[in-house]
Design a binder for this molecule. Structure first.
Ligand code: G3P
Ligand code: CA
Length: 302
């Protein structure tokens, strides 16, 4: 094989999702007819994403949770974005405020305490930390704007989930507006610091249409026959870990997304060492976890 062919193969392998780190070598034994070979090295370790921030260590989807992720040395954080009654985007996971705030005590007559039934000013009064630990008393539900400013300050990267988009018509365009206003749609952020995901394929497709440069992910496990269609508007397929297999990961990797790179796979939610190792063995590109420190230790040991 000629050197140029080797270089082409190396490039192709690299483009195949960094699954291999190609190294070309020339056997010295036959100087007249050098025989370059490609050595496939170990694939890179999966990216570790702190799910809802470092949510095993601090209340989920709060500023302390992203501060904790940064303090532990993790770049990527995941969050969930919803909308208040008066149109503010806030970072909170459940459809209601009941589990992660003291809303029942502050607004006793307002069951079932849906996010969409409260104004931003009302939500700003809630304690989103005490349920987790008294050490976090007084922590607030952040607006998306507050959250983006904090993770920018922390030099973090964001896997942003549009949660329950069917409840919030137009949330995709509104989310992009906040991202743009906070400087998150410039070239630097688009290249390596932002992925937008949802369980709703329609929502992800809307984000892709509104801003094709954004990397997007579909949360779920489409049939392999459907992957070609998904690859027209997503860059990643993010399935729940128990649904995964090495074959499925390979099937996803075989498709190229809208930005020309092979589709990636970030698996969720993996909080134990054996799951992290198994997922890495399947070839996943990312592990979404409440316990990023546990996953890091497990993968280091591989
Ligand atoms: O990022 C994956 C994960 O967040 C999806 O599930 O319910 O935790 O938002 P959920
Ligand atoms: Ca989420």
């Amino acid at each position: 094989m000629h050197a140029r062919a080797v270089a082409t193969l190396a490039t192709a392998l690299a483009a195949a999702g960094d699954l291999f780190l190609p190294v070309s070598q020339t056997r010295a034994a036959d100087a007249q007819h050098p025989q370059p070979v490609v050595v496939a090295q170990r694939r890179p370790q999966p990216v570790i994403v702190a799910h809802r921030g470092a949510s095993a260590h601090a209340p989920e989807n709060t500023l302390p949770a992203v501060d904790k992720a940064a303090a532990l040395g993790f770049s990527w954080v995941e969050n969930d974005v919803q909308r208040t009654k008066d149109g503010e985007l806030v970072v909170v996971h459940d459809t209601t405020l009941k589990r992660t705030t003291n809303v029942e005590r502050i607004f006793p007559g307002r069951a079932p305490w849906k996010v969409k039934d409260f104004t931003a000013a009302e939500i700003a009064r809630l304690d989103a930390g005490s349920w987790f630990s008294p050490a976090f008393a007084g922590t607030r539900v952040p607006t998306l704007d507050q959250y983006l400013r904090r993770i920018e300050h922390n030099h973090e990267k964001l896997l942003l989930e549009i949660k329950n988009p069917e409840l919030y018509p137009g949330i995709e365009a509104q989310t992009l507006k906040v991202l743009a206003n906070d400087g998150w749609l410039d070239h630097r952020h688009l290249a390596d610091r932002l992925i937008v995901q949802s369980f709703s394929a329609d929502s992800v497709r809307a984000v892709h249409r509104l801003k094709p440069a954004i990397r997007t992910a579909y949360l779920g496990h489409p049939d392999t026959a459907e992957l070609r269609r998904y690859a027209t508007f997503v860059d990643l397929i993010n399935p729940s870990y128990p649904t995964l297999s090495a074959d499925y990961v390979a099937a996803v990797h075989a498709h190229r997304g809208p930005h020309g790179a092979p589709l990636r796979v970030f698996a969720w939610t993996v909080d134990d060492a054996s799951g992290a190792r198994t997922g890495a063995g399947y070839g996943v590109d990312g592990v979404i976890t409440n316990k990023p420190d546990v996953v890091r230790a497990a993968l280091k040991a591989v």
